[in-house]
Design a binder for this molecule. Structure first.
Ligand SMILES: [Fe+2]
Ligand SMILES: [Fe+2]
Length: 254
């Protein structure tokens, strides 16, 4: 059994009413403090993109500080991120503009974190390089184990007009790769700033809430962005039958 915490869209550096990013940082720190104080252990904490708000090196310095944890933290970029400073500050690598895709081998499962960002654009795409990499990683290595595939942009509409227009497009390519690999148990994403559950390519697609804000539905008077909803996260539990169960949590005040 595997237990993973999943948060997204911390947007460090987002300047709300000229607060110089203190609100975004406070909310991310509240979530990370909650996870660090858990009496039990986690196999990983996933953060599915929009780590920085403007993709600035100074914002990534903050990301590195805030995401320090007693747990193993796995990240991928979102549309607000910028590949070169992300690589330099968070990964300690030289500046490069190719997609940032990573395989993480957890006890009992592989987690593949993909880069769905398109430099300079709010919508998303898993390009050919990324899909080829995903196909090869799923085919090689620990094929007897289940795999979780994570990225920033959802590849389907979520009935939230503002988000649906900037979702992940070109999704047929992803579906083709996923159908070749029955070891994939579920898909995880962020970007939409709303806790949601749906399906893609016959697989569960779990959307993490946005830590910095919540996007509201038409029935709530939206689409709009709520800054008053408290930060939330998801706990995903992968059981011995390769079934993923998700529990969403409001993170209490410290
Ligand atoms: Fe976001
Ligand atoms: Fe985003």
């Amino acid at each position: 059994m595997l237990t993973i915490a999943h948060l997204s869209d911390i947007h460090l550096g987002q300047d709300h009413r000229r607060d110089r990013g203190t609100r975004a940082r406070r909310r991310a720190e509240r979530v990370m403090a909650y996870l660090d104080a858990l009496p039990g252990s986690l196999d990983a904490v996933l953060v599915t993109g929009d780590l920085a708000d403007h993709g600035l090196p100074a914002e990534y310095e903050q990301v590195a500080e805030v995401l320090k944890s007693r747990h193993r933290v796995l990240i991928c970029p979102g549309n607000h991120d910028s590949r070169a400073p992300y690589r330099e500050v968070l990964l300690g690598e030289g500046p490069g503009e190719s997609p940032i895709n990573r395989l993480h081998q957890l006890p009992g499962a592989d987690v593949l974190m993909l880069d769905s960002s398109i430099p300079g654009r709010p919508d998303g795409l898993l390009d050919e390089e990324t899909l080829t990499w995903l196909d090869a990683e799923l085919a090689g290595g620990r094929t007897e184990l289940p795999a979780l595939v994570a990225f920033h942009h959802p590849p389907v509409e979520l009935s939230v007009p503002t988000v649906d227009g900037i979702r992940q497009f070109g999704e047929a390519g992803l579906a083709r790769v996923l159908r070749r690999h029955p070891r994939v148990a579920a898909l995880l994403c962020g970007h939409s700033h709303t806790p949601a559950a749906t399906t893609f390519a016959g697989l569960p697609l779990l959307v993490a809430p946005g830590v910095v804000s919540t996007v509201t539905l038409p029935c709530e008077g939206g689409p709009g962005i709520s800054l008053t909803h408290p930060p939330m996260l998801a706990f995903h539990v992968l059981d011995g039958d390769r079934r993923l169960t998700t529990h969403y949590r409001v993170v209490p005040e410290n």
